[in-house]
Every structure is written in C-alpha cells, then in structure tokens.
Design a protein around this ligand. Structure first.
Ligand SMILES: Nc1ncnc2c1ncn2[C@@H]1O[C@H](COP(=O)(O)OP(=O)(O)O)[C@@H](O)[C@H]1O
Ligand code: SF4
Ligand SMILES: [Mg+2]
Length: 323
C-alpha cells in the first residue's frame, strides 16, 4: 500500500528557473517526517508542491508526481485540491499572523474551518473549537476564543493556527517551521503538542525545520535537502548515529550541546548557492571537506546507504568525520 503523502521524483520550477530536482519522499499515518536543510534549500517549495499551492507563487511541478492517499494531485480539479487542503491536509505556517485575520475573533476563525469542511452548525462548531483549544492545553479557552489575535502571545497564536489546521480533522499536517518565531521554551511545548497529536490521533506529520535538534527530538524519519536536491533520507536513529552524507553530518554537528557556551555553535562555512548559480556535479562540493574531482564533475546518484538513501560519492564515516 502506498504512503499517505508521496512525492516521486518531483521537479519544481518558477518561470525558467529549476528549483527542485527529483525530490522523492513519503510520510505515512502515525509518522513524523522531518524535512530539514538550511534556509534556501527548498523546504517551503516542497511543502507548496505537496499542498498543490505552487501556482500561487507562479511555480509548477515540471516532472514526477505528488500523490495523496494514492491519488495523483495533478489529475485533480482546482476544487478537489482546495477541498483536500483543510479537510484532509492541515497547514501550519511559520508566521501565525499570516494565517490569522487580525480583525476577527479567534473562536470565529477556528469555527469557520469545521463549518466549511465538516458542515457543522454554528453552535456545534463553537463547541468543537473550545474542545480543540482545551486539547491544545490553552488555558481559559472560552476567553481566548473571544479574543483578537493581537491580544495573544506568539506561542498562543501558533497554537490557534494548529487548532485551525486540526479543525477539519485532517489526516496529514504540514508544518513549515512552526516554531522558528518562538522562544525556546514555547518551541519545545509546540513540538510536544504536535508529537502528541501524531500519537493520539494517528496523524501523519511533515515537520519542516532547519533545526536537527527538533528532528532528533520528535521525528521518526528525516529527509535532508540541500540546494533543491535530496542529500539523505531515512530513519532518524541510524542516520544520527552514522550519517552517510557530509551535509547531514554537518547539520548534526550544529546542534548545540548541553553545557556548550552560547556562540560556540559550529556553523557550516559558506552558504546555500542560489538557484541561478548551482555548482556542477554535487551542489555541496564548494563547502564539502571530502570533495574530489569526481564530486566537482558528476552528480552523485541517490543510492541505498545503511537503512536509508544518500546522494554522495564518498559516503559515511560516522558523525564525527566532518570538521
Ligand atoms: N516565489 C519565488 N520566486 C523565485 N524564487 C523562489 C521563490 N520562492 C523560493 N524561491 C527560491 O527557491 C529556493 C528555495 O526556497 P524555499 O523553498 O523557500 O527554501 P527554504 O524553505 O528551505 O528556506 C531559494 O533559492 C529561493 O530563492
Ligand atoms: S558527493 Fe563529494 S562533494 Fe558531494 S557531499 Fe559527497 S563527498 Fe562531498
Ligand atoms: Mg521556508
């Protein structure tokens, strides 16, 4: 049986610029897939492709296929795709203020999702909203439902966006850096809430983050993106124990360790290249301590490595191998 969400060999372009190159990943019920990579790697575009939202930013799928519950999203009508979002796929954005209407009460904004997608009456929807807010451990749910967004903290607003994503009783949640704007304590609470929803409701979660620490905390599998290509993908335990790809190893090396002084966090030297100037061969080669002439000339194929897959000509020497 196929996974709930499946991207096979998906290419994405905006105008003439190819931004994603043959991305394959899948996420199933009761599973959290972490999609990770530095800013500019292509994480949000992957989410937009999965949501069928690329046309909003002038983008399109150029090759490959996105399937939800076995159905090819390209074969659906706009109306069918719209019905899928909200009803079966919930979306949590990085900035809650873009998802919330500043002049409408919180309760009404959550109600409208279950009225639209589940056909609930006004009173049934507002009872359900209070129930959802309570489940998300929002204190004084009734008062919060009566409030306007500006009266709530950032962490509380993000819980409301999660409530909206859940209100249609979706099977899949796509959360694009849901905690990036929040402080560390609130981040941990939101991540815990998402993890619990997956366990209690059997949801599938595609969790986009640039933080390998978050992946280590809650994800079952991880997909590492670099410059629009998949660098490595597989189960979290084995990959963290022995990453095959130097970029994965470097991202793991960036997780701040307990007791480490602030500022001693090891960044990865250099930056993700622009899509207008992707380097030939392996796109990571200008930053890679293992790069050889082969890497500079030839694109590394994505091959089975350990329990996962990696795209590297010189894979795997364990987590400590990359400076
Ligand atoms: N609307 C757009 N128009 C042109 N280029 C874009 C657009 N959105 C994203 N890109 C480019 O695509 C690449 C990946 O972007 P994105 O998916 O937003 O990365 P991430 O979410 O990992 O930070 C970046 O190089 C970015 O400049
Ligand atoms: S293919 Fe070469 S440059 Fe690319 S990650 Fe592997 S060793 Fe580094
Ligand atoms: Mg993004």
């Amino acid at each position: 049986m196929s996974a709930l969400l499946e991207l096979s060999q998906v290419g994405v372009a905006i105008g003439k610029v190819a931004l994603l190159d043959r991305i394959s990943l899948s996420v199933d019920r009761r599973q959290i897939l972490g999609l990770v990579g530095e800013s500019g790697s292509g994480k949000s575009l992957t989410a937009m492709a999965a949501l069928g939202l690329l046309p909003l930013i002038g983008g399109r799928v150029t090759e490959g296929c996105v399937r939800f519950d076995g159905q090819d999203m390209a074969a659906m009508t706009d109306g069918q795709r719209r019905a899928l979002r909200g009803r079966r796929i919930g979306f949590v954005t990085q900035n809650p203020m873009t998802a919330l209407d500043p002049v409408q009460r919180i309760g009404e904004q959550v109600d409208v999702v279950s009225r639209l997608h589940l056909g609930l009456s006004r009173s049934a929807a507002s009872a359900r909203t209070l129930d959802l807010l309570t489940q998300l451990r929002i204190p004084e749910a009734a008062a919060v439902a009566d409030a306007f967004p500006h009266q709530l903290s950032g962490g509380m607003k993000q819980r409301i966006v999660i409530a909206m994503a859940l209100a249609g009783e979706p099977d899949l949640i796509i959360a694009d850096e849901p905690t990036t704007a929040l402080d560390v304590t609130v981040q941990a609470q939101i991540i815990q809430i998402l993890g619990r929803l997956v366990r209690d409701r059997g949801l599938a979660l595609l969790l986009i983050t640039h933080d390998m620490g978050v992946v280590a905390q809650v994800c079952d599998r991880v997909a590492v993106l670099y410059a629009g290509r998949l660098a490595e993908e597989g189960p979290v335990g084995p990959i963290f124990a022995a990453p095959a790809h130097p970029y994965t190893a470097a991202l793991i090396g960036c997780i701040p360790q307990e007791g480490m002084a602030r500022g001693s966090l090891r960044g990865i030297p250099g930056a993700v290249p622009s899509a207008l100037a992707f380097p030939p061969g392996c796109r990571f080669h200008p930053r890679c301590p293992r790069a050889t002439d082969l890497c500079r000339a030839t694109v590394p194929p994505l091959l089975a490595r350990g329990e996962g897959r990696a795209a590297c000509h010189h894979p795997g020497h364990g987590a400590g191998a990359v400076p």
